[in-house]
Design a protein around this ligand. Structure first.
Ligand SMILES: [Zn+2]
Length: 160
């Protein structure tokens, strides 16, 4: 019978809800990042950190506010003192595509979804760093992009 864990979590992991990627995400988190189930806070959101990406606070302020507050709550209430913050975006993200369609064209002009996703990982980590500083926690960041290979295999590229 499972028991409640008493240890604080070691990490906050934010990634998309896309069911096609869940198995790959889980395996990557458990095997490559060394975090067992229960050792980290999984924050599953459509598009991952897309809602705290570039320009969202201006053009879709509600989306931005909700995710920012969820991140803040996860870090404050669950008491990860020096959390690893792991942000994963993935290729062919339908939520991201949908979000980009809602942005005014000048905000996305000349930007492919992939460029934006990589850029947003950095934008989001800066925002989360500001949140953790306010709560006097010291976070470390790991940013990843999940890529789809020729055979449908999923590989994780570290961005920073
Ligand atoms: Zn997605």
């Amino acid at each position: 019978m499972p028991h409640i864990r008493s240890e604080p979590p070691k990490a906050l992991v934010i990634h998309c809800i896309d069911p096609r990627f869940q198995k790959a995400f889980d395996e990557f988190i458990h095997e490559q990042l060394g975090l067992a189930e229960g050792e980290y806070i999984p924050l599953l959101v459509p598009g991952g950190i897309a809602s705290v990406g570039k320009g969202i606070s201006e053009f879709l302020p509600k989306n931005h506010k909700v995710l920012r507050e969820q991140i803040q709550l996860a870090l404050e209430v669950y008491q990860a003192e020096e959390p690893r913050v792991i942000l994963i975006n993935h290729e062919d993200c339908r939520a991201y595509l949908n979000l980009m369609k809602k942005l005014p064209s000048f905000a996305t002009r000349g930007m492919t979804m992939l460029t934006r996703q990589v850029d947003d990982l950095k934008v989001a980590s800066t925002l989360i760093e500001q949140i953790t500083e306010k709560t006097s926690r010291r976070a470390t960041f790991e940013l990843y992009m999940a890529r789809i290979g020729n055979t449908g295999n999923i590989a994780f590229d570290r961005i920073a």
